[in-house]
Design a protein around this ligand. Structure first.
Ligand code: AMP
Length: 282
């Protein structure tokens, strides 16, 4: 595996690969890898002649009081893990090169970013779409792979690619979970043991929603009430949102029809976790 740190070298590598007729699969990440990241990389390995993984803790997607400074970082461990699943290039640029002092451009995807996480993190998605557009421009992938764990991010990047008529295919991969159901996240490392236990209620509340849907419940209110009850039974959990939205527009629905995403965000102490599942009522 080759590690590339500069934009110039990354562009040269990708141009040459494309010129040689190679298909480039790309997995953008912020590092501190777990099985969720690795599942994306394995899919990339299958999809491309070349697998490029970026590791960049993107400052612009963090709010002023969020965890940018404390975000877990371990380049040595990440390097080994990426290499272990057959990554060809690990692209790890410096923030100063990605955002030189006179950087002025922001990429804003409108409607799908307003609800859910966009409502509680107002500048988050513009940070994501700005860096993703830059990374696509630098890495020039044919296919880019994102996790459904960050469902709104996936929908937003798909909208970005469509709106700007980009040639990249943006695909999603299922959420990878711990044995007890907690969605894997680099942020799980922040959790104290008692918070880790309480965090399981996020998954439990999603399971309850799934059961209600499978039994035929179609009123969003009824499902949300049950979910909130489960979350509120844990005193360490502070709900940010629990919502049921159209899976494509990400607007709230009253009745479940077609494809919906059941999504939640909650704090355990200072740690904000998200989870979701998509239900297809077809
Ligand atoms: P991050 O490093 O957290 O920005 O995540 C990088 C990519 O990995 C994103 O596309 C995430 O959606 C994806 N990802 C994070 N956690 C998981 C998970 N538990 N299962 C599947 N994909 C994930």
């Amino acid at each position: 595996m080759k590690t590339i740190k500069t934009i110039k070298e990354m562009k040269e590598f990708s141009s040459q690969a494309r010129g040689a007729g190679k298909t480039i699969a790309f997995v953008p990440t912020m590092g501190f890898f777990h099985e969720g990241h690795l599942s994306l990389m394995r899919e990339g390995r299958r999809r491309g002649d070349l697998l490029i993984v970026s590791l960049f803790v993107n400052p612009t997607q963090f709010g002023p009081h969020e965890d940018f400074k404390n975000y877990p970082r371990d380049f040595g461990r990440d390097s080994k893990m990426a290499k272990g699943v057959g990554t060809d290039v690990l692209f790890a640029p410096e923030a100063g090169e990605m955002y030189p002092p006179d950087h002025q451009t922001i990429v804003l995807v409108e409607k799908v970013t307003r609800n859910l996480c966009g409502a509680s993190r107002p500048t988050h998605f513009q940070g994501v779409t700005t860096v993703v557009l830059m990374l696509f421009e630098i890495v020039m992938p044919h296919v880019a792979i994102f996790g459904e764990k960050d469902y709104q991010q996936l929908v937003t990047v798909q909208q970005l690619a469509r709106d700007l008529h980009m040639s990249v295919e943006v695909m999603g991969m299922p959420t990878v979970r711990e044995a007890d159901g907690l969605a894997m996240s680099s942020r799980n490392t922040y959790l104290l043991p008692e918070e880790r236990k309480a965090a399981l209620s996020l998954y439990r509340s999603l399971q309850i929603a799934k059961e209600l849907l499978q039994k035929g419940e179609r009123k969003a209110d009824r499902i949300l009430q049950e979910m909130k009850g489960t979350l509120q039974s844990e005193s360490l959990v502070r709900i940010d949102y629990v919502q049921i939205c159209d899976a494509h527009t990400l607007q709230d629905v009253d009745r479940i029809e077609g494809e919906v995403v059941v999504a939640l965000a909650a704090y355990l102490g200072k740690t904000r976790l998200i989870d979701n599942f998509v239900f297809r009522n077809l």
